[in-house]
Design a protein around this ligand. Structure first.
Ligand SMILES: [Zn+2]
Length: 329
């Protein structure tokens, strides 16, 4: 499921591509029937809060999109591709698509990558996007300004919108629920999903089962402070990377070789090992998320997994043992 980083990334990207332009919109699948409300209008801006996108077409017409577990965009430059699959919505820059040859061709640069597999390589420049397609969202509907405001009032602060953590801290410290459940609650913090929840708790070395009311304010502030830059980094490509370089096995190995080897040759080799497309190795991007049964990078203990409120929770039982210092009296 896309988390806040991905939603904000789409918002910035689509604003750059489409704001101020006249857009065509339709719903080929037949499940989005309000396209005529926004079709042919100019897009003013794109909003993002938590996991919600709002395409503002002015005069109380906001296209609300919530991706849910399976929603994703396909995008491209050039002509609009023929309709394929369960296509909920298409939105395109009328002028750019017309210039590229129309609406029923084969898209020249069709880009489709599964969310979790995407490392941002081969991305089309936002300014060159001509169209986007949306499949599988939980919601795609027209909101009034009032409905959008009501939605945002229900949500907790969003680390990517410059909000402060006060409301989140207040809600967490009043709750008997486990901190891991609270971090997933969008009315506590907007935008966090399963990956950031698990990884932020690990980075704070906080036990996921501690009750919200028992976590010290200091620790909660540190988690909030950690969340912003981590989520910001996740906006660069579609990847979430939470491990510190010194904790990644490939970096540790490289450091070891470098110190005993003869500088030149081994250094070159190490750099090569580290690079792999210039990115962090896929298996080393997270400390605990989906690493159950594998050794913790820091202490070597097997990472645990358990279901909590219908979602898998991952943690290291040693690094994240209940620590009195982090628990308020
Ligand atoms: Zn550990």
């Amino acid at each position: 499921m896309p988390e806040g980083n991905e939603i904000h990334r789409w918002a910035a990207r689509h604003a750059e591509a489409f704001a101020g332009k006249t857009l065509r919109v339709d719903g080929p699948q037949g499940r989005f029937t309000d396209s005529d409300v926004i079709d042919g209008r100019k897009l003013k801006q794109v909003r993002a809060v938590g996991k919600h996108l709002g395409y503002d077409f002015g005069t109380d017409r906001i296209l609300h999109i919530h991706m849910g577990l399976r929603g994703d965009f396909t995008e491209g430059s050039g002509a609009l591709p023929a309709v394929r699959g369960a296509l909920r919505l298409r939105m395109w820059n009328a002028a750019a698509v017309k210039a590229a040859g129309g609406e029923a061709g084969e898209g020249e640069s069709r880009r489709k990558v599964v969310y979790s597999e995407d490392d941002g390589t081969g991305e089309i420049e936002a300014g060159k996007l001509a169209w986007i397609e949306l499949r599988g969202p939980t919601d795609c509907s027209i909101y009034s300004e009032e409905k959008w405001t009501k939605l945002t009032e229900r949500l907790g602060p969003d680390p990517l919108n410059g909000d402060g953590p006060e409301k989140a801290i207040e809600r967490i410290r009043k709750s008997k629920k486990a901190i891991a459940a609270l971090l997933m609650d969008q009315s506590v913090i907007a935008g966090l999903g399963n990956i950031y929840r698990a990884e932020l708790l690990y980075r704070a070395r906080l036990n996921p089962f501690v009750r919200g009311m028992d976590v010290s304010e200091k620790v909660l502030r540190a988690i909030w402070k950690d969340a912003g830059p981590l989520m910001q980094a996740g906006m660069v490509d579609r990847r979430i990377v939470t491990t510190r370089p010194q904790d990644r096995p490939s970096v540790q190995d490289a450091g070891l070789n470098g110190s005993k080897g003869k500088a030149g040759a081994s250094k070159g080799k190490n750099q090569e090992t580290l690079k792999v497309g210039g990115k962090v190795l896929k298996d080393e991007a997270h400390y605990v998320y989906r690493r159950n049964g594998q050794p913790c990078f820091v202490c070597g203990t097997k990472v645990m997994r358990q279901e909590m409120e219908g979602r898998n929770l991952f943690w290291c039982p040693v690094c994240q043992v209940v620590d009195e210092a982090k628990v308020a009296g």
